[in-house]
Write a protein that binds this ligand. Structure first.
Ligand code: DX5
Ligand code: ZN
Length: 222
């Protein structure tokens, strides 16, 4: 099953509640929320207070992508704010296993994200602990960047690992996903797609989400 997760980073923040309802009505499966700290990544976005406000209007699960370091002190606050899934970066913690266990204890889905240049081997033993792996296909920090082509073989390898181990893990690709390249990522084995600028740059969210979903569904390798 293909999942489309619009990233609100490219939404109109003066009308955030309306934007969230609009993408939900247009078919969004998750609301992807990019939390940035100006330290792990060169940008600042939102904190638990805004996540809590989003939680009050959203109907779909909140897919939190934490680009913050340190991350451990904030996990329980984001869980309390209404996160359904919390994804942390491999590069942002020294004790990844401990942090992932903490997310599980907080009752959220457990995700890890890898920067483009971070090898898959950093998580090879961890797969059984995970609900999702987020492969960054841009350097994190900003919306509207271009998909990095060397991600495709990385997606293929991870998909193979997940299949070989018989696990159920969402393989999410984040960054530069557009209607014209989502098929390649789906053919490589990704099943969950973050799309920020591709969705919010359009007037008609339903059409672009449908185009993304159907291109991915047709290409998905299964
Ligand atoms: C980048 C963020 C992405 C980004 C996606 O650091 O994690 O979620 O907002 O935006 P687009 O789809 O515009 O690349
Ligand atoms: Zn993200």
């Amino acid at each position: 099953m293909i999942k489309i997760a619009p990233s609100i980073l490219s939404a109109d923040f003066t009308r955030l509640g309306e934007e969230i309802r609009a993408v939900e009505e247009a078919g969004a499966d998750y609301i992807h929320i990019d939390v940035m700290d100006g330290h792990f990544v060169p940008n600042l976005t939102i904190g638990p207070l805004v996540v809590e406000a989003i939680h009050r209007v959203a109907r779909q699960p909140l897919d939190l992508h934490l680009m913050i370091e340190p991350v451990e002190p904030y996990l329980s606050e984001f869980a309390k704010a209404g996160a359904d899934s919390i994804t942390i970066h491999v590069e942002a913690t020294r004790h990844l296993d401990r942090a992932l266990q903490h997310i599980r204890e907080l009752g959220c889905q457990v995700g890890v994200a890898l920067n483009p240049a971070t090898p898959l081997q950093t998580i090879s033993e961890l797969l059984p602990l995970l609900d999702r792996v987020v492969l960054m296909s841009v350097n994190p920090g900003f919306g509207g960047q271009s998909f990095i082509p060397y991600l495709l073989p990385k997606i293929r390898t991870l998909h193979q690992w997940i299949r070989d181990q018989g696990l159920t893990i969402a393989l999410e690709v984040d960054g530069g996903i557009k209607v014209d390249n989502i098929a390649a990522a789906a053919a490589a084995g990704a099943d969950t797609f973050v799309a920020g600028s591709a969705v919010f740059s359009q007037q008609d969210y339903a059409t672009v989400i449908w185009q993304l979903r159907s291109s991915a569904e047709n290409a998905y390798s299964g």
